[in-house]
Design a protein around this ligand. Structure first.
Ligand code: AMP
Length: 301
């Protein structure tokens, strides 16, 4: 099969693709509606491309639960603030398609921006409260953009089952709420965070780090592990655990901390006492690159 990719991302011909590549909503939605009529179960992994093993692990997670596996690649402008890295965000469509073909995606949906947000576009979706803390506080409007694109993609792709990464834990909590509140009939699968050998969570943004920043970025995971160690040693006071996390983080002067905290995994409410299942969350900037990570820890009841 021969697939033609035109438009702003450059002209490229990919030969011998077993996968289908759809660039328009019409193509994607009519294929999905046809599959629905045939009783085909649709699995879906939404991404912004620049794919790495974290993304690809989600394909492996969904594949056993579906008959057709759809992956979207769309760098969604509405989830980036005006001062953020939308223009600098890495884009490697050709390489992504090769990786997805190898990892046995059936369909890639890679629309242009104008296809998703035409000039007169006016409708947005927002989950209240949960969207305004931590990532939402640092990046106002971020989750509004995420919820809008995910709601649109759900309507376009019509998935039965979707996979998201625990790497973006607050996004998972927000999207679960969106799905519940808007009654999307879709099953959620959450994949574990895939890490580099030094513990750094894989992220498309890691490609933007210099070699020195890349080495230093592992401090995020070290800080989370230090906090986890305190909890597993029996510490119940959340403030002391927070201090342990922050003091490890402070070892790398080039990194500035956005937040390092302990929250309830579903509500993202800040905890004062460690009890049951808790989530350690951390976010910081090194140079112009912003990185986030988290670790869930289960203690006794
Ligand atoms: P993104 O392209 O950053 O929007 O990510 C697409 C999906 O991949 C989201 O559900 C992310 O949470 C997930 N993801 C990104 N990085 C990782 C990782 N290191 N491990 C597991 N999932 C990830």
């Amino acid at each position: 099969m021969r697939t033609w990719l035109g438009g702003k991302i450059g002209v490229l011909v990919v030969d011998m693709l077993r996968m289908e590549l759809f660039r328009t909503i019409g193509e994607m939605q009519s294929a999905s509606l046809q599959w629905e009529r045939e009783g085909v179960r649709i699995g879906f992994v939404p991404t912004m491309g620049a794919l790495h093993e974290g993304h690809l692990s989600l394909l492996d997670l969904v594949r056993p639960h579906c008959d057709r596996l759809v992956v979207s690649i769309f760098v969604n402008p509405t989830q980036f603030g005006p001062q953020e890295d939308f223009n600098r965000y890495p884009r490697y469509l050709e390489e992504d398609l090769r990786l997805l073909e190898k990892r046995q995606a059936d369909v890639v949906f890679a629309p242009e921006i104008e296809e998703i947000y035409p000039k007169d576009y006016a409708t947005y979706v927002e989950v209240e409260r949960l969207s305004s803390v931590y990532e939402g506080a640092i990046r106002p409007g971020h989750f509004r953009g995420v919820c809008t694109i995910v709601a649109k993609l759900f309507n376009i792709v019509q998935p039965d089952v979707v996979a998201f990464g625990q790497k973006d834990a607050q996004q998972v909590a927000v999207l679960r709420r969106l799905t519940r509140d808007l009654h999307f009939p879709v099953e959620f699968l959450i994949g574990p965070t895939i890490r580099e050998s030094d513990g750094l969570a894989m992220s498309s943004r890691n490609a933007c780090l210099t070699a020195d920043q890349r080495t230093k970025a592992a401090v995020l995971h070290r800080a989370l592990k230090a906090a986890e160690a305190r909890i597993l040693a029996g510490e119940k006071n959340a403030e002391r655990v927070r201090e342990a996390m922050r003091s490890v983080f402070a070892e790398v002067a080039e990194f500035s901390l956005d937040y390092g905290d302990i929250v309830s995994p579903e509500s993202f409410e800040r905890l004062t006492e460690i009890r049951g299942k808790i989530l350690l969350i951390i976010a910081g900037r090194i140079g112009s690159v912003r990185l986030i990570d988290n670790l869930s820890v289960s203690t006794g009841p």
